[in-house]
Ligand binder design. Sequence first.
Ligand code: EPU
Length: 423
Amino acid sequence: MDKLVIEGGRKLEGSVTISGAKNACLPILAAALLSDERSVIKNIPNLRDMATMLKILKNFGVRVAQDGSTVTVEPHGYKKYIAPYDLVSTMRASVCVLGPLLAKQRRAQVSFPGGCIIGPRPIDLHIKGLKALGADIKVERGYILADGKKMRGGNVYLGGHFGSSVLATANTMMAATLINGTTVIESAACEPEVVDLTNFLIKMGARIKGVATHTLVIEGVKKLHGAEHSVIPDRIEAGTYILAAAVTRGDITLKNAIPEHMVALIDKLSEAGLDIKTAPGGKGLRARWMRKLRPMDITTLPYPGFPTDMQAQFMSLMAVTDGISVITEKIYPERFIHISELNRMGSDILLEGASAIVKGVKNLSGAPVMASDLRASAALVLAGLVAKGRTDVQRIYHLDRGYEKIEEKLRKLGANVWREKEK
Ligand code: EPU
């Protein structure tokens, strides 16, 4: 296993190119299963989750070729419909093959994904969406067994206890594209990754109205064709580099980030005193530390609210911002494993239910810390960048799931960071 070693205290400056969005690529690759024809998907980041998704596609008998950041998917004539436990258990997002398989093969068996370190991850909304389209679904021996012979369009409300669901919207929408009749999804998620998927489906010939709204209307078609698509830049990776500028009192230009995808984060950081502007030339963003930041309270919410996937990283910044901030998690109320690791580095954070009370400290001190999930790992890296001395972030295979070439990009910005084998 690898670890990331960081000698903290350097100001990060320069520019960084943001990779394609992991959470857009995964359902888009799954959507390619809806056609018999070749799809070409560009701007795919080289990440562990992408490799898992390609393995899943190959496992169905689909031919896949990768050339740098371009992936060609040739599903022609694939017949398999089982996503086994050993693949699904390494990546929950594998559940997004359920909708496409069901629509195309009229049956699917997908291992039940189970929970994970960020808390329970139910799939009741996925099942509700597909049942509303007439699918017969049972859970047996750890598998979701779905029969789609009687599927047809239907109406469904997909709002759950914690708001809309990204992948339940993706699964229901993908299934609806290829079945008879009209489907209306109310309380659909409208995260930029869902919008990117919708745009890809439309390029494949799907008939979808209400793109980027909470009501999607899908008119089923008989066949979808292959399509070419370039995936949007990753707003969470971009946000993490903006926070790297804030936490190290630096100046970072994000060459290709899309500011409209990061409104909540930009708003909070600007209010805190960070200088964030559209980069010279009108493309991308420049984040510059100019003055001491103020503490900010945040509450995570579905898009366009503050993203849960930025909560841990934002906490690292607040941990070294003078004053008190309250960080409330409304999407995954248990997503706080990073607190104990940050406190090992000298932060002063108290958990009260689903809120963290962060009392900013002057300094963090480097320590060996353990990454528990992808975004928590990114938070520990940010803490390591500002801490005094050496931080060893162990188990960085989590980071490799979602941050392409992280140590290379950070080094280019001036960080003293390298990868070592864990003993
Ligand atoms: N939920 C239900 N029932 C369901 C599905 C979800 O109650 O059937 C709940 C969840 O427990 C959560 C809320 O609804 O409280 C939102 O979950 P959502 O379904 O939107 O999450 P997801 O689609 O499984 C995606 C991202 C996550 C990101 C969330 C929220 C992908 C591959 N994953 O997951 O990304 O945190 O949306 O924005 O798109 C990450 O990248 O680190 C990550 C965890």
